[in-house]
Every structure is written in structure tokens, then in C-alpha cells.
Design a protein around this ligand. Structure first.
Ligand code: COA
Length: 169
């Protein structure tokens, strides 16, 4: 959905936005997910969220390229001192016919590695996703919060609006 140049411009803008939020440790960086993150324990991180078995590299690459061409954006936090991905958030931008051909951002799969929790990494990831969604002109952001994560999102300004439903297939 975004070209390389647009991604760089957005990242530059987001980095400027992050000046206020910057990480104290310079080894901790924020960026878009990259292909090489397969080798940086990305699946170990995702298994802190739900079942996320490690695929073969070729399957990962195929899925990664599919996602790259879609309106799905995955931001990660890397601990460069350990070459580990320690946080991740996904934004899916949905283009609509309603609301003057508006856009809605869906936040999914917010996760911070157990060893890195309570350092505001999760809050910063959500803050970045909110800023990014505003930049792309979305009129609202929605997410399904686990019961035990409600407080986390409420503190970041989200309000409970409806009961989510799911049909597992
Ligand atoms: C939810 C999660 C992303 C928060 O990450 P984090 O980096 O620890 O978050 P922060 O440090 O920014 O936490 C901010 C505050 O929220 C609180 N908090 C963290 N997880 C919480 C939870 N599940 N419920 C309520 N409050 C929570 C923290 O105690 C902290 O409080 P403080 O500001 O008073 O110190 C992390 O706990 C996680 O990965 N959980 C497992 C996956 C998950 O549940 N994801 C959300 C799916 S909807």
C-alpha cells in the first residue's frame, strides 16, 4: 500500500513524534517489521500473545511479501544489543464507502516480550499506531481487547464501545 519512499517519510515523521517518547536505552529502536526479523526471535515474541508456531523461512518470506503489499502495517521494537524483537503491533487500514470513503484502523496483536514489560513499550507501540492511523487519515481506531488488557487500553484513551464476537473456524 505504501512505497518505500512513503514508508521512509512516515518513519521519519513517526520518529519525530517519538522524540517525546524516546526510549532511554539507545539499543532499543522502533521500526517497521523486516524480513530478517524471522532470525530475531519474532515468533518467540508472538508466542507471548497466542499460539505462533515457527514456520519454515520460505513460508515466512512468502507471507511477509504478501503482507507488505497489503494495507497491513507491523511495527516492532528491537533490542539491538541482543538482536531480538521485543515488541510488536499490527495496524490494518480498512478503506470504506461510508464516512466519505473514510478509513478505519484496526489494531491487532499487541505484544511485549515478558522480560520487557512494564517499561512503557506497550504504551509506546499503541501511541505510535494511533499517530500512524491519524497520519493516514483514519477517522477511528478499533480493537478487540482481552478482558485483562482493558485497563491498559483505557489508560491510553480507548473507550469500551461494544461487545466483540468471534466465530472460530
Ligand atoms: C498488554 C501489554 C502489551 C502491555 O505491555 P507493557 O509494555 O507491559 O505495557 P506498559 O509498560 O506500557 O504498561 C502500561 C501500564 O499498563 C499496565 N498494564 C500492563 N498490562 C496490563 C493488563 N493486561 N491489564 C491492565 N493493565 C496492564 C501496566 O501495569 C502499566 O501500568 P502503570 O502505567 O501504572 O505502570 C503486555 O502486557 C502484553 O504483551 N501482554 C500479553 C499480550 C496481550 O495481552 N496483548 C493485548 C491483547 S488485547
Amino acid at each position: 500500500m505504501l512505497g518505500e519512499k512513503e514508508q521512509i517519510l512516515l518513519i521519519t515523521d513517526i520518529n519525530a513524534h517519538l522524540m517525546n517518547l524516546s526510549f532511554e536505552d539507545e539499543n532499543i529502536i522502533f521500526r517497521f517489521l523486516e524480513e530478517d526479523d524471522y532470525n530475531k526471535n519474532y515468533f518467540d515474541l508472538l508466542s507471548n500473545l497466542t499460539s505462533a508456531p515457527n514456520p519454515r523461512f520460505e513460508d515466512w518470506r512468502e507471507q511477509f511479501n504478501k503482507i507488505k503489499k497489503s494495507p497491513i502495517f507491523i511495527f516492532v521494537i528491537e533490542d539491538k544489543s541482543k538482536s531480538l524483537i521485543v515488541g510488536s503491533i499490527t495496524c490494518l487500514i480498512e478503506s470504506k464507502f461510508i464516512r466519505n470513503l473514510g478509513k478505519v484502523s484496526h489494531i491487532e496483536d499487541v505484544v511485549v516480550h515478558l522480560d520487557y514489560r512494564n517499561k512503557k513499550f506497550g504504551s509506546k507501540l499503541v501511541n505510535i499506531a494511533v499517530h500512524f492511523s491519524k497520519k493516514l487519515g483514519c477517522y477511528k481506531i478499533i480493537l478487540d481487547a482481552r478482558d485483562d488488557a482493558m485497563g491498559f487500553y483505557q489508560r491510553l484513551g480507548f473507550e469500551k464501545r461494544s461487545e466483540g464476537m468471534a466465530l472460530y473456524l
